[in-house]
Write a protein that binds this ligand. Structure first.
Ligand code: C2E
Ligand code: CA
Ligand code: CA
Length: 723
């Protein structure tokens, strides 16, 4: 029923925005894992490569070590010297072995590869000689020397299949090669393992499948030993380490992301809420929470647009509360607000889900009823709304009674656009108001002239004062005897830019109903007093409506205006009707006394149209009575009125009042009124109401010439029946 912005949709949007953040975190973490994995794999491969290279080198390095020892040995020279004696040489070799902690050393004749001398634990290397020989043989093909055998670069599986022999060779002199060897037993392996930081290095027979293995070919090329070790740091291990770090990092990132996200969502939500609130406020009446005019018009436009697709009609009901101003005036604005809210709720309870209610402003509401098939449905709803409005409204310590007037229009019957439909409903509302309020009316295509003008007053009179569309005309009251102008009565006119001159008879009562009579009356009073300055000594009559007269500050206002325009006492005459006196006679009396005290004359207007005129005459201190035109009108038809006029004039005179007859249109009337002793006459016979300039002209003529006014003749056929 109420149109609210899609807040939930936006909130959903806010929660959706979490997804990209988590996807981002996931991507970052995923790439971290990938990078880590790659790095670990590379590290592992690199490490493996290093270990293998180092092993390959180190097996030779062992030999180099030996050789380095040998090269620094003091006994090398002796050894060289002693080479011709096998025993001596072997002794020296033994000593060398002991000193250098080598297991085996040998001297070889460079030219034929024969062993000159050897020393060492031959049993450890049962095949050493054949191995060495094979080595030498192989080398000899390339020319036997230390270089070709390879210094510190030889390591081969020995036939025991358990250990590796490190062999160091170097040339001594021109004909001898000196070689020395040390097996890599478990102690050697441990040493190597520590030195190279290759954990748990050990020998296994055969070729190993393990990645961390280094094959050492046997002498015969088929027999192998494998050096295996525990991988120093497998990728899995690295990854496990990284995983812990990654986990911690992920948790930190996730927490930060969550924190940021929550903050973001918080501020997003705040912004969305602010937005939603602002948009709600822009589209809703803050007091009742009901949609406003803009929303209503949107909904109406949408419904009209959709009409061709449906076989139903829509109705617009314009609601205007009756007596709402009284509630405000009597119980205060808080009470008025409560009535508005309660009324809105009562109407809402009568509507269907698809209907729309809006508050257009003040005490005006609108209802959009869609999907109706007959006007009866709208009539029923309107009656239900009226019944709801007529139930008392509970206020603090009081209950308020109001009513509601409703105008109804239909689409497509009364129009197919928002403006037309609303105007039609407004016209119907107008009619309902004029028919007496607290009822509903349907729009009818034709509208009476009176309705159009009353509506015009409603819509435009307020602005008319500001736009200076009002003007005053003056109608003279002449002395019945001399025909000279005694006073003028100010009568207001509305010069409407399109409708031309509008008579006060049509808009005064509408202005009273709409509360516009007070500013209008003030304007008239001011302008009349201003114009009075042009006619010294002439009395100026001003019509004052009952509502205006009852304003608390009325007398004060008149006093102020009189001072402002320097109006002497007795120059201003206020014309009042009986209506002024009916409601609060005491207050009226007091105000009248006050007016008199500031020199204002009082005339009882339209005398004879009320019902207890004589009572007023006795009680209230009038200076003048103005006999209503209707008397003269009926005088022509019946003689009775003539008698009445006669007695009224007599009575007035007896009470010491001045008597004016209004609406004098012909000579007979004038003669009669003069004959019965009426003091003043006013009517078309003398002059229609005219502009101030025209009055100037008349006064000038009067002063210069003897008679512009008709000559007073003998009494007419209408004579008062003296019975
Ligand atoms: P009213 O006070 O009785 O004013 C006399 C009305 O009779 C005027 O109509 C005047 O033009 C009209 N009239 C005068 N002589 C004749 C005549 O010989 N024959 C006919 N047929 N009519 C004549 P108007 O000016 O249309 O005013 C109508 C009513 O509007 C006035 O009746 C008065 O009650 C009210 N009115 C006019 N001006 C004001 C104003 O400034 N303030 C207030 N509160 N009411 C005003
Ligand atoms: Ca009058
Ligand atoms: Ca009158």
């Amino acid at each position: 029923m109420m149109i609210v912005p899609g807040r939930s949709k936006k909130a959903q949007g806010a929660s959706l925005s979490m997804v990209p953040i988590f996807l981002l975190v996931l991507c970052v973490m995923g790439s971290m894992v990938l990078v880590a994995h790659r790095a670990a794999m590379r590290q592992e491969a690199f490490e493996l490569d290093r270990e293998k290279r180092q092993l390959a080198q180190s097996l030779g390095f062992e030999a180099e070590n030996l050789l380095a020892g040998v090269s620094r040995d003091e006994g090398l020279g002796e050894l060289f010297q002693a080479q011709r004696s096998k025993e001596q040489a072997e002794r020296l070799l033994t000593a060398f072995n002991r000193r250098q902690a080598t297991d085996y050393s040998v001297m070889i004749n460079k030219s034929d590869g024969q062993i000159i001398a050897e020393s060492g634990e031959i049993e450890t290397f049962p095949a050493r000689s054949s191995y060495i020989r094979a080595l030498i043989d192989a080398s000899r093909m390339r020319g036997l020397d230390a270089t070709t055998i390879g210094i510190g670069r030889e390591s081969r599986v020995m036939q025991d299949g358990q250990s590796v022999l490190s062999l160091a060779t170097m040339p001594i002199g021109r004909s001898i090669i000196f070689a020395t060897a040390r097996p890599l037993g478990s102690a050697g392996l441990r040493r190597l393992s520590t030195m190279l930081a290759i954990p748990n290095l050990r020998l296994v027979p055969g070729l190993s499948d393990a990645k961390t293995s280094y094959a050492i070919p046997g002498l015969n090329g088929t027999e192998h030993l494998s050096l295996v070790w525990n991988p120093s740091r497998t990728a899995a291990e690295t990854l496990a380490d990284l995983a812990i770090f990654g986990l911690i990092a992920s948790i930190v990132i996730a927490v930060i992301a969550l924190f940021l996200f929550r903050r973001m969502r918080h501020s997003t939500e705040a912004i969305l809420m602010r937005e939603a609130k602002a948009s709600h406020e822009a589209r809703h009446d803050p007091l009742s929470g009901l949609p406003n005019r803009a929303v209503f018009c949107e909904a109406l436009a949408e419904n009209i647009e959709d009409l061709p697709n449906r076989d139903s009609n829509i109705a617009v009901l314009l609601l205007d509360l009756d007596k709402f101003k009284d509630v405000n005036d009597t119980y205060g604005h808080a009470a008025g607000d409560k009535v508005i809210v309660d009324f809105g709720n009562r109407v809402r309870a009568l509507l269907r889900q698809t209907d729309v209610i809006a508050r257009l402003g003040g005490d005006e509401f609108a209802v959009l009823q869609s999907g109706i098939r007959t006007h009866l449905e709208s009539n029923r709803l309107a009656q239900a709304i009226i019944d709801a409005a007529n139930r008392p409204f509970q206020l603090e310590g009081a209950s308020a009674h109001i009513g509601v007037t409703i105008g109804i229009s239909f689409a497509p019957d009364d129009g197919m656009d928002v403006a037309t439909i609303l105007r039609a409903a407004d016209t119907a509302l107008y009619r309902a108001k004029n028919e007496g309020r607290n009822r509903f009316a349907l729009y009818e295509h034709r509208m009476t002239e009176a309705e159009r003008i009353r509506k015009l007053v409603d819509d435009e009179l307020r602005g008319a004062i500001d736009r200076d569309e009002l003007t005053l005309v003056y109608q003279p009251q002449v002395h019945a005897d001399s025909g000279k102008i005694a006073s003028v009565e100010a009568l207001v006119r509305w010069r409407h830019p399109t409708h031309g001159l509008i008579s006060p008879a049509t808009f005064i009562s509408a202005a009273e109903e709409r509360g516009l009579i007070v500013p209008l009356g003030e304007w008239v009073m001011r302008r009349a007093c201003q114009d009075a300055g042009r006619w010294p000594g002439l009395r100026v009559g001003v019509n004052v409506s009952a509502i205006q007269f009852r304003q608390a500050n009325f007398v004060e206002l008149v006093g102020r205006i009189m001072t402002e325009y320097k109006i002497e006492p007795g120059r201003l005459e206020v014309e009042l009707t009986e209506g002024v006196l009916v409601e609060d006679a005491d207050q009226a009396e007091a105000a009248m006394m006050d007016l008199r005290s500031i020199g204002v004359k009082l005339a009882l207007d339209d005398f004879g149209t009320g019902y207890s005129s004589l009572i007023y005459l006795r009680r209230f201190a009038f200076d003048k009575i103005k006999i209503d035109k209707s008397f003269l009108d009926s005088m022509e038809a019946t003689g009775e009125s003539a008698i009445l006029v006669h007695s009224v004039v007599h009575l007035g005179r007896a009470l010491g009042l001045e008597v004016t007859a209004e609406g004098v249109e012909n000579e007979e009337q004038r003669r009669f009124l003069q004959a019965v002793g009426c003091h003043f006459l006013q009517g078309y016979l003398f002059s229609k109401p005219v502009s101030a300039d025209a009055i100037d002209e008349m006064l000038r003529t009067e002063r210069g010439e003897s008679a512009v006014l008709p000559v007073v003749g003998p009494p007419s056929a209408i004579t008062p029946n003296a019975a």
